[in-house]
Design a protein around this ligand. Sequence first.
Ligand SMILES: Cc1cc2nc3c(=O)[nH]c(=O)nc-3n(C[C@H](O)[C@H](O)[C@H](O)COP(=O)(O)O)c2cc1C
Ligand code: SF4
Length: 424
Amino acid sequence: MEKPLTKNFKADGTPATLEEYLQSGGYEGLRKALAMAPLEVQQTVKDTGLRGRGGAGFSTGVKWSFVPMGDDAPRTKYLIVNGDEMEPGAFKDRLLMEGDPHQLVEGVIISAYAIQASTAYIFLRGEYRLAAERLSQAIGAAYERNYLGDDIFGSGYDLDLYLHTSAGRYICGEETALLNSLEGRRAIPRAKPPYPQVSGLFGKPTIVNNVETLCNVPHIVHYGVDWYKGLSKTADAGTKLYGVSGRVRRPGAWELPMGTTAREIIEEHAGGMQEGYSLRGFLPGGASTDFMLPEHLDIPLDFDAVTEVDSRLGTGTLILLDDKTCAVRFVLNLEQFFAQESCGWCTPCRDGLPWTVDLLQDLVEGRGRLEDIEQLERMTGFLGPGNTFCALAPGAMEPLQSALKYFREDFENYIAKKVRVAHG
Ligand SMILES: Cc1cc2nc3c(=O)[nH]c(=O)nc-3n(C[C@H](O)[C@H](O)[C@H](O)COP(=O)(O)O)c2cc1C
Ligand code: SF4
């Protein structure tokens, strides 16, 4: 099984050095890309069907194609790496940046070349200090070898790459809030349109892509479209860094063909459930996705198949719910995070998330009423898609709405328990 994204990872956890990266074919994709026209690089990525690994799964090549190109295009354009990764349960991008920082640097240079950006930024989660250190070293080494800077490999193409460490809010991962943050403004999402591809950072055309997305690009250019499509088990191309957290024997992350089933990930790679625990459900892609059930274990985890069971692949990092964990407390924990991280820009989210937390807290502390469950159900609509300024609040409602659908007895039990207490 080929594992292009993690092939240079070392067992001792140290990063692949530049020499090791070069020995494994590193920066060959860049040489090849610079000999191609930028639009040809865009087309190659588009032909693979690569879908963004930041959560929404939008086609990377299609997104790039919205950037103005040619002589009339603005001279300043930006490529930004989204390395905020604050979604609970997600840790895949950190592994990529710590394990093989040159892979991301090469992905940035090729992708920036494809859209003819003159400046690139890596927007990094503030707590990722080790990744920051390793990326800084890799960027320095890339400048020394002229993979970055002026006239890269004598091609006439110039690119500067800066590492920016975030002050640390979940909303900074939303791509337009990220732009505001990078400009030194309050990190709140921007209205779309205009889309960043046309008017982004400082009003210039900007592409924001996830770390894992960009790490795929050097391999696509180096080894070609057919090779990349052949890595996957389904029509959704490439490999995927899947992860598991919860009561399994070996929590972790693994690079596997896109479309691997949750059964294989949990039972083979994560070693199965710990002794005495069984699986009740799982969030397939981080905290802001809908629960899937044990009966969904054999569904291929790719972007399309997961939507057929009313969930989303999201980040592809699974969070498991076991039979000894209460679904209400599980969801309460997530809603507390989302309420704390609401940027406060729009009312349904700013007021609705703390209200949701209060309702859940009332339930687990024995103050709940049956009407509160109906109210929670209504909240998933009030905070659902189309009612808020960005996807934070609708994302926060996904684990709640699916917990109400699949684990309703956990909610009702709290009320039944209280009734028993009230009647002695
Ligand atoms: C609240 C919120 C947080 C987000 N956090 C991240 C993040 O940490 N990393 C990321 O790549 N995308 C994140 N996204 C998605 C980005 O807005 C954007 O879709 C993504 O960076 C695009 O990259 P891709 O096309 O390569 O997936 C977040 C979205 C929302 C609404
Ligand atoms: S949905 Fe929440 S996070 Fe998004 S803009 Fe509104 S208040 Fe801010």
